[in-house]
Design a protein around this ligand. Structure first.
Ligand code: ATR
Length: 276
């Protein structure tokens, strides 16, 4: 019987997840389909019950349901609890478990450019849900220090406190003082939506003091190359866009649902085709 997977979000019309997942199922020769369900916030509980009733094997969860959905699940895994959000639900005979594959997906894509994070000095720009996912997955790799810089400093301070570790110094900063010391960082990660289409001229931080040895990474994948990445390249730095994170978070969801980690290249190609 055909396996059914889905996405719970609102809106979902522009989501690229269905074509990306379909590409993975084809590669795995799996008889499966992936449906984007537009779920209004007041219907989320019913939708989650529907996963059980309809025997849907797994779902992704996206904006605006990632936090809210947790209260309707039977189990939420430790990493998702730390992040405070779920993007993947696994249905095992009616028992629903929530995972979050965003942070790990990001780290998998980062490790392809920077093979070793031990001892690194990392700047994370933004202190929202995406920053939480990135921090939760970065810290087990024991970087030397992580600084969280945010427009609203209080949110950065809260996050730095929550994620403080014996193995890594985690601190908060304003964007301007992070920019003034930018040469300190070997990895700079933008987790905000600044620079996302249609606001493609915006930049989350000035790169004047960027070290040419740094890696600058943006979670944004539309546009494929944000102004931040263009400027970083001009200054000789290596760059990483958000396509890898998107692909790997999807691949990790499929692994939760099927036990198989799909080949990521066909998924990446499908996404790039959509974005060009
Ligand atoms: P996400 O889940 O994508 O991280 P979020 O939780 O709403 O979304 O967080 C958005 C992040 O982007 C925040 O760090 C936000 O900064 P504030 O905490 O100051 O709001 C940041 N952000 C969004 N738009 C921004 C802008 N125009 N300039 C600077 N930061 C911005």
């Amino acid at each position: 019987m055909k396996k059914v997977f889905g996405l719970l979000g609102h809106p979902v019309g522009h989501s690229m997840s269905p074509v990306m997942h379909q590409a993975a199922y084809e590669q795995l020769d799996m008889d499966a389909t992936y449906v984007a369900f537009d779920v209004e916030p007041h219907r989320l509980e019913e939708a989650v019950k529907g996963i059980r009733a309809l025997n849907i094997r797994g779902c992704n969860v996206t904006i605006p349901h990632k936090v809210e959905v947790m209260k309707y699940l039977d189990v939420v895994d430790e990493e998702a609890r730390q992040i405070g959000a779920v993007n993947t639900i696994l249905n095992e005979n009616g028992q629903l478990t929530g995972y979050n594959t965003d942070g790990r997906g990001y780290i998998q894509s980062l490790l392809q450019v920077v093979p070793e994070l031990l001892g690194a000095s990392i700047l994370v720009i933004g202190a929202g849900g995406a920053a939480r996912a990135v921090l939760a997955s970065l810290l087990p790799h024991q970087p030397k220090q992580v600084v969280v810089a945010n427009r609203t400093i209080e949110k950065a301070t809260d996050l730095a406190r929550v994620f403080q570790r014996d193995t890594t110094d985690v601190n908060a900063s304003t964007i301007s003082s992070a920019a003034a010391n930018l040469e300190e960082y070997s990895i700079i990660i933008n987790t905000t939506s600044v620079g996302m289409s249609p606001h493609v001229e915006d930049m989350p931080i000035s790169l004047e003091r960027l070290s040419p040895n740094a890696v600058v990474s943006d979670l944004i994948y539309n546009p494929l190359e944000t102004r931040l990445l263009k400027e970083a390249k001009k200054r000789g730095a290596r760059v990483l866009n958000g396509v890898g994170m998107f692909v790997h978070q999807g691949a990790l969801s499929i692994e939760h649902w099927t036990g198989i980690y799909p080949e990521s290249e066909p998924m990446r190609k499908t996404i790039l085709k959509q974005l060009k």
